[in-house]
Design a protein around this ligand. Structure first.
Ligand code: FPP
Length: 246
């Protein structure tokens, strides 16, 4: 594996987002059940949180479960939800110590109420005291899809303008974005997808308008600190012009 050069001056992205893919294949390669890949994937989550903190990334978001993932066998869905429960119970103290703010975004109407309760409690417990800034915002997208997000924002917008539809004329992209579940979170600068797949899979469709993409072959359970740092190094080399001329 390529070595990360410790002294390289990095242009650090504010928001790194990861489509964690390849857990099932990782497990299959070892003759194990898919769940084995998912539980090892939690280790990679921990490693990337630490790497994000160490490298000064301010927001780390992770695509943990898509709207489409509800179509997986019930056993796998239950395992993944169970892993979320366990991860919350096991990791929240470590997150607090690192001054990481934990947030979960997605369509909660499909989640088990007891999981929603655990998520809300975990989120509340990592909100910094007033005047304090978290070191990192860790955002987990659960039961999420980009189209769902845009649709729920459109519905909220319509409801807000019910009494005066003529006001819709003046709505800006910023006002629309303030109704997405990611309101207040800067758009991802870098989106990484593991496991050799090169697609966005209904993830942050609106928010990814000017993100840099990095597709790596590494399967998610193998993606650790060094891979995260190498991704930052690759991002550093990108020339972002936002459609303009430099
Ligand atoms: C994709 O691999 C991975 C997922 C659908 C789940 C990701 C979840 C975790 C890593 C664990 C929980 C997360 C947190 C934040 C605690 P895949 O199953 O689609 O792999 P495959 O393409 O090889 O089948």
């Amino acid at each position: 594996m390529e070595e990360f050069k410790e002294n390289t001056q990095l242009k650090v992205p504010v928001h790194v987002s990861i489509i964690m893919d390849g857990n099932g294949r990782w497990a299959k390669l070892r003759g194990k059940e898919r769940v084995f890949g998912h539980s090892n994937g939690v280790e990679s989550v921990r490693a990337c949180v630490e790497a994000a903190v160490e490298n000064g990334v301010r927001y780390l978001s992770l695509f943990a479960f898509s709207e489409e993932n509800w179509g997986r066998p019930a056993e796998e869905v239950n395992t993944l939800m169970g892993l979320m429960f366990k991860a919350i119970a096991n990791e929240i103290e470590a997150l607090k110590k690192q001054r990481v703010r934990f947030r979960v975004l997605g369509d909660f109407s499909r989640l088990d109420p007891s999981l929603v309760e655990a998520i809300r409690a975990a989120e509340a417990s990592t909100v910094p005291s007033s005047g304090e800034e978290p070191v990192l915002d860790l955002i987990v997208f659960l039961s999420y899809s980009g189209k769902w997000d845009i649709l729920q924002a459109a519905k909220r917008l319509a409801a807000d303008f019910m009494s005066d539809p003529s006001g819709l004329e003046k709505v800006t992209t910023a006002e629309f974005a303030s109704r997405l579940v990611t309101a207040g979170i800067p758009d991802p600068d870098l989106i990484i997808r593991t496991s050799g797949e090169s697609r966005i899979s209904n993830y942050l469709l609106w928010q990814a308008a000017y993100s840099e993409f990095l597709f790596v072959d590494t399967l998610w359970p193998d993606f650790r600190k060094n891979d995260f740092r190498l991704a930052l190094e690759e991002y550093s080399k990108r020339d972002r012009r936002y459609g303009k001329v430099k």
